[in-house]
Design a protein around this ligand. Structure first.
Ligand SMILES: CC(C)(COP(=O)(O)OP(=O)(O)OC[C@H]1O[C@@H](n2cnc3c(N)ncnc32)[C@H](O)[C@@H]1OP(=O)(O)O)[C@@H](O)C(=O)NCCC(=O)NCCS
Length: 153
């Protein structure tokens, strides 16, 4: 569990008791939300991490990533719509990157919709660079995927 910097949230692993809150944020954050079961499955995968930002008893954000060999792949990050632009996304990313450095990871990768300017700005703000584009990658609206990476020294 870590205490995030400029926002009053604590960040730590999700449990099965948190899945309704994660699902609610997901439903309000994505055009094609994952089924709740996807998050339940993440709790059972040894390489998967589902971590929550909590403000008091309330879950206000989550980040989901996989650690595979010396790489980290970010699958999803979301802040509750009522809590956006308050530093929670940045706190979750900082937590992920601190953990990646602590375990000696070499590279963090992600893909993001080209039209998702908020997420692209968040990722750039913590040091990711855009390295490639996959044309018409997303089946629901044909948006491009932008591949972003962050090399850790
Ligand atoms: C992307 C998302 C997680 C950002 O969360 P957040 O808690 O609002 O982010 P923060 O307040 O920590 O913002 C950190 C930085 O990201 C950038 N940013 C965040 N939202 C932004 C927006 N709407 N427009 C432009 N820049 C934005 C800014 O650089 C910001 O720093 P600043 O506030 O000092 O300017 C949030 O918008 C979200 O949940 N979106 C829906 C889900 C999603 O698209 N996830 C990403 C793909 S998996």
């Amino acid at each position: 569990m870590s205490r995030a910097g400029r926002v009053a949230v604590t960040i730590g692993p999700a449990t099965a008791a948190d899945l309704d809150a994660v699902d609610e944020i997901s439903q309000h954050s994505f055009r094609t939300p994952w089924p709740r079961q996807t998050f339940a499955d993440e709790l059972t995968r040894p390489h998967a991490h589902l971590e929550l930002a909590r403000r008091g008893a309330d879950v206000v954000g989550y980040v989901n990533y996989w650690v595979v060999t010396d790489e980290v792949h970010l699958l999803a990050i979301a802040t509750h719509p009522d809590a956006r632009r308050g530093g929670i996304g940045a706190a979750l990313m900082t937590h992920l990157l601190d953990g990646a450095r602590a375990r000696g990871s070499r590279l963090v990768t992600l893909e993001v919709r080209s039209g998702n300017q908020a997420a692209r700005a968040l990722y750039r703000s913590v040091g990711f660079v855009e390295v490639a584009t996959r044309r018409s990658y997303y089946g629901d609206d044909g948006d491009d995927a932008v591949i972003m990476t962050l090399e850790l020294s």
